[in-house]
Design a protein around this ligand. Structure first.
Ligand code: RUQ
Ligand code: CUA
Length: 866
């Protein structure tokens, strides 16, 4: 009862907005003064604060940087929701500690080498018609050129592919507008093959390029055998973007080393940074991926390198599918406008952003209007003839995002050196507004800001440095994601979010309403194939099977036991645990580990996984559930016993323990039987309440009831066993089975009461504002210290208190205001004696007492629910 009242309290508190304005205001003033907050701060807080149970409008997928993972958080609250294990082990999710996830990580082996870290840079969400469809997410690993695909149905990584020819990659991942392909541009020029080539032969044997990965959006998998790479000069390709609408079918990739400088500081040569930034311009690569994809299907148009199709530069050039355009010194971001008509390029070492016009580029291409050719024979288009305009933005422009009003030129650019976000007009090349950020921003994340449908609302500044923004935690600081409101005329900085996973280069945001994740797996599913797992085991099918020296355990997990509980194997055996979480209830996750064997897995409801290891240590190893999943979670365990078949073990039989007498056993048996009968009564009353109030009309409640009845349904079988044992005089066994019945009852009651509480919430009439205030006063006055609604506890039950006395409201009011005046009243005297407690004067105001009476009326109105 008590817990139910507490839960009801939560609901009421949630609704307690705007309680007595006069007192709230002074409280607010006090807090503002104490914490040194301005009106502006309060406004920012109001724009980001999300009350308990609230939801965010946008979900952000941020690269986890060198952690090799992805971080998921909500906007505007900036609350972290999940880290997704991608390229690196993530113990909570069992990522890299069970067979299934190890197999995914093994897909990321490069030349046979397992790599246990990743340098994730650019996440991308799959698109349909140039808009996010919320189905798939991909991200690249720059250090070990790989891409990973994450399924947004369960937020789990499903595939890792290794780039067969690059030695690093940066300009990926970028979906084409219907997720037909994913573009992944190389970064550091290197030979495509895996052989040694002296650096002096850089121009001849080192190459850059863009890999065009075929993606199947129906199954969410990259198809390596249908993918190809466009060979490019070793110019150090960088960020990329896919054309859309007007420029659909084309891709854009910039580069920062048209000098093809190769350094050699240790030989007295100028360093890389000097050599690579010598020219005033580098090259934007413009390529027709659509045409090249057709060409690549024909063997005569490709070279096969490392088993992968590569379209050589000359083939691309001959087919008018590859061009270069000069772009200002050492550029970084290249971002195509939502209608595909403009391509905005930022020059990190130039104060300008250059806006290219697709119309003009197309015209130059069609007219073969070239300004020249590069050393590899690629036609160069004239920069002046293809540019629309240039805007002077400030120092170190890096990346761009489009605003809701993009048709009128609204765009946002990050300035790394100036630590600013600039709002400007890319049609007129005019700066509109600036917002300082802290500090040194890299990417910026708009809400769907690079799709054909930018939402505006916010920009997140992904800052590399935090410096003085947070509490000191040693020399390595967190990164700083800052939320900026862009809805007003002036941008407003709202929130600093420390990010403890560095360095999160890029993030993408999607409307939460576009995501449709599932809450459970179909029973016995492998999360990685989506198909039935070979180890699927249902209740009653648990078994241990030996095949040679491989022992297969087909096990199940359900609150609160693992079946089987004893597994005995020989030293040197290989052991596979197939485990299925039989739960249907939302969020009833179990975990599993075997002590000392360095294995772990997470079992969300319905999931089956395999955990394999070699039993190479003799001894006794507890295995257990690693999630606190129920009141009996600690009991959710078993033993792996590893014995050496060549050893003789001395029996410990002599160490017999003292035994209970028959009478003692009989007493214990009776006690547990009585406890079970009493518990069953509670269950029956809950069931009655649920039935009378038509729980079946509320799906969430109905699901819980189904779960509870599931547990309850297991009792008869146990009862039969208990009775049989009792008849045979095996009291010890009978007690254990009765005990098991009690376990099932507790589980039934636990879920049943949760169902009832939910139902109460759905059925109770809403509180009036006065009743809400009264409820708050009731709590503030500490009334709940002695009174429990619906139950006699340290004080009388308050249900019906207004009816118990003549002129009840007046009587109760007097009693709360001046209890001492009534201590001599015979009724009060008897109550005081009974409870051995006296009602204290809590110094309530008349107004508060009036409100409390309103609250008591609300209780009476809903009396049937308590
Ligand atoms: S990067 S800070 Cu996208 Cu790797 Cu620009
Ligand atoms: Cu299952 Cu703890």
């Amino acid at each position: 009862m008590n817990s139910m009242v507490k839960r009801l309290s939560m609901v009421a508190i949630g609704a307690l907005v705007g309680v007595s304005m006069a007192s709230a205001e002074t409280e607010l003033d006090k807090v503002m003064k104490e914490r040194g907050l301005t009106q502006q701060d309060l406004l920012a807080a109001a724009k980001t604060y999300t009350p308990s149970g609230g939801r965010d409008k946008y979900i952000v997928f941020s690269s986890g940087g060198q952690s090799g993972q992805i971080m998921v958080y909500g906007v505007p609250s900036m609350r972290i929701l999940k880290y997704i294990g991608v390229f690196t082990p993530e113990p909570w999710q069992g990522w890299g500690y069970d067979d299934d996830t190890k197999a995914i990580l093994a897909e990321g082996k490069i030349r046979g080498k397992q790599i246990t870290w990743g340098d994730t840079h650019h996440p991308a969400i799959s698109e349909t018609d140039g808009k996010y469809d919320g189905k798939w997410l991909v991200i690249n690993d720059k250090a070990n050129p790989r891409l990973a695909v994450i399924d947004l149905k369960d937020f789990v990584t499903k595939q890792i592919v290794v780039n067969p020819v690059f030695k690093s990659d940066h300009g990926g991942a970028f979906f084409t507008p219907n997720s037909e392909y994913i573009l992944e541009a190389c970064q550091y020029g290197a030979p495509f093959d895996n052989n040694y080539h002296p650096i002096e032969e850089y121009k001849e044997t080192y190459r850059g390029g863009v890999t065009v990965w075929k993606f199947d959006p129906k199954i969410g998998r990259i198809q390596p055998d249908k993918s190809f790479t466009i060979e490019m000069p070793p110019y150090m390709q960088d960020l990329s973007d896919a054309g859309k609408e007007a420029s659909y079918g084309w891709g854009f990739t910039n580069s920062f080393n048209s000098e093809m400088y190769t350094g050699g500081i240790e030989k007295g040569l100028p360093p890389m940074e000097a050599g690579m930034s010598r020219n005033d311009t580098d090259f934007l690569h413009v390529y027709n991926w659509k045409k090249l994809a057709e060409l690549a299907k024909d063997d005569k148009n490709v070279k096969i390198i490392n088993g992968h199709r590569v379209v050589p530069i000359d083939v691309a050039v001959k087919n008018d599918a590859l061009f270069l355009i000069p772009e200002p010194k050492s550029p970084h971001g290249v971002d195509v406008s939502p209608d595909g008509k403009y391509i905005v390029v930022c020059g990190k070492l130039d104060t300008h952003a250059t806006v290219y016009s697709w119309d003009k580029i197309k015209k130059a291409i069609d007219n073969k209007d070239y300004a020249g050719k590069d050393p590899y024979g690629i036609p160069i288009l004239d920069m002046k003839k293809t540019a629309h305009c240039q805007a002077e933005l400030g120092l170190g422009p890096l990346h761009n995002q489009y605003g809701k009003n993009w048709k009128n030129g609204e765009i946002y650019t990050s300035l790394y050196v100036d630590s600013q976000v600039v709002r400007w007009d890319y049609l007129k090349c005019k700066v509109v507004d600036r917002q300082n950020v802290n500090y040194n921003i890299g990417h910026l994340c708009g809400m769907e800001g690079k799709t054909e449908d930018p939402q505006g609302d916010y920009i997140i500044a992904l800052n590399k440095l935090a410096i003085d923004r947070f509490n000191e935690i040693g020399p390595l600081h967190p990164q700083n994601h800052q939320l900026i409101d862009i809805r007003g005329k002036k941008m407003q900085l709202l929130y600093d979010m420390p990010v403890p996973l560095g360095e999160p280069h890029q993030a993408v945001a999607i409307r939460a309403s576009k995501l449709k994740p599932e809450v459970r797996y179909k029973m016995g599913t492998s999360a990685f194939t989506g198909k039935t797992h070979i180890g699927k085991t249902l209740a009653g099918q648990e078994r241990i099977v030996r095949k040679g020296n491989h022992v297969y355990v087909y096990g199940t997990m359900v609150r609160s036991h693992i079946n089987p509980e004893h597994v005995t194997v020989n030293l040197g055996d290989t052991v596979t645990f197939y485990l299925t979480n039989l739960e249907r209830a939302e969020d009833e996750t179990h975990g599993f580990t075997v002590d000392l064997y360095n294995v772990h897995t997470s079992l969300e409801p319905g999931k089956t996984v395999a955990v394999t290891f070699k039993a190479d240590k003799e001894g006794v190893f507890p295995y257990y559930c690693t999630e606190f999943c129920s009141a009996l979670h600690l009991e959710m365990m078993g033993y792996l016993l590893v014995k050496d078949p060549n050893k003789k073990y001395v029996s410990a039989h002599k160490l017999k323990m003292a035994k209970m007498s028959k009478e003692e056993l009989e007493k214990e048996y009776k006690k547990i039987v009585a406890t079970n009968a009493a518990t069953d009564k509670v269950i029956q009353s809950v069931v009655k309440f649920l039935k009378e109030n038509h729980y079946e009309k509320y799906p969430v409640v109905a699901n819980l009831v189904k779960d509870a009845l599931d547990q309850y349904g297991k009792i008869p079988e146990q009862k039969k066993k208990a009775d049989e044992a009792y008849k045979k005089g095996d009291l010890e066994k009978a007690i254990l089975f009765e005990n098991m019945i009690w376990q099932y009852m507790v589980k039934t009651a636990d879920v049943g009461i949760r169902a009832r509480d939910l139902l109460v919430k759905k059925l109770a009439t809403p509180m009036s504002p006065a009743a809400k205030r009264g409820y708050e006063a009731y709590l503030e006055g500490g009334c709940n210290g002695c009174h429990v609604i619906g139950k006699v506890s340290s004080g009388p039950d308050l249900v019906g208190v207004l009816q118990r006395h003549e002129n009840g409201e007046k009587w109760v009011k007097e009693w709360i205001l001046h209890p001492e005046k009534m201590y001599d009243n015979p009724y009060i005297k008897s109550m005081t004696n009974y409870f051995n407690l006296r009602m204290p004067n809590q110094g309530m105001t008349e107004k508060q007492v009036d409100d409390i009476i309103e609250y008591l009326k609300w209780i009476d109105k809903n009396a049937n629910l308590f």
